[in-house]
Design a protein around this ligand. Structure first.
Ligand code: KIV
Ligand code: NA
Length: 263
């Protein structure tokens, strides 16, 4: 695959095409995901749960994300590499800049940070210094304790309006991508229509520009309760390679996510 950049994603959006994204934490899976055509790899702080066995993403450190980012950077085949800023990286702009610098030096090509309009100044500071930013909104797992669990966000009118307005504010602040997790499909469509940057969804329906899943979920390796937005792509595939390819093709064809995967 030719190197995917933000320009690639913007062009796909302009052409009305979707793109696929997947978490990756090591060189081998990063390589296979790129071979399958998956445009964006995320070194997610979900690694705290699927690799480290924690009950949430909160214990993950910037050192943990840097370690896995270096491994993914070595293995990746053309995919754009995004890395997560972990819990409390957004405590201040100074900390955010320092942590983002470390991720970019480790091989990330953009960073993802959880937050809303209050993050606008920090997003601008990152963008001014050459760090493209994806802002993760909706169900932000670093807020699990504040939310009182992993709950769909934006079902109420006021919260939905706030998410749309904040997405606009963050786009103005310079965010290159908005990622929406576990919001009603109709709200995700409204956010996509409200901003001109690509919108990536997980549990956000089909009317967005890109889809993302945690690798362990779509390979059906995750133990315990599986979220409704996950599809097992291993079920009809004989190999990890085939499962990655099936996911990529389903996203391109907009056959994934189906209505039952949304809210
Ligand atoms: O950490 C992660 O894997 C994520 C995705 C689920 C979006 O943030
Ligand atoms: Na994350």
């Amino acid at each position: 695959m030719k190197n995917v950049t933000l320009s690639t994603l913007r062009r796909l959006k302009a052409d009305g095409e979707t793109f696929s994204c997947l978490t990756a934490y090591d060189a081998t899976f990063a390589h296979l995901a790129g071979d399958a055509g998956i445009e964006v790899l995320l070194v997610g702080d979900s690694l705290g749960m699927v690799l480290q066995g924690h009950a949430s993403t909160l214990p993950v450190t910037i050192d943990d994300i840097c370690y896995h980012t270096t491994a993914v950077a070595r293995g990746k085949q053309g995919s754009l590499l995004m890395a997560d800023l972990p819990f409390m990286s957004n405590a201040s702009t100074d900390i955010l800049l320092d942590h983002a610098a470390r991720l970019m030096r480790a091989g990330a090509e953009m960073v993802k940070v959880e937050g809303e309009a209050w993050l606008a100044g920090a997003v601008t500071a990152l963008v001014q210094r050459g760090v493209p930013v994806c802002v993760h909104m909706g169900l932000t797992p670093q807020h699990v304790h504040a939310f009182g669990g992993y709950k769909v966000q934006g079902r109420e009118e006021a919260r939905a309006e706030q998410i749309i307005a904040d997405a606009r504010t963050l786009e103005t602040a310079g965010a290159a991508i908005i990622l929406l997790e576990c919001v009603p499909s109709e709200l995700a469509r409204q956010v996509r229509d409200a901003v001109s940057v690509p919108v990536i969804g997980i549990g956000a329906g089909v009317d967005v520009d890109g889809q993302i899943l945690v690798m362990h979920d779509m390979l059906d390796l995750t133990t315990g309760r599986k979220p409704r937005f996950v599809k097992n792509f291993m079920a009809e595939a004989g190999s990890v390679q085939a499962a990655f390819a099936a996911y990529h093709q389903a996203v391109k064809a907009r056959s994934f996510p189906a209505p039952e995967h949304g809210f």
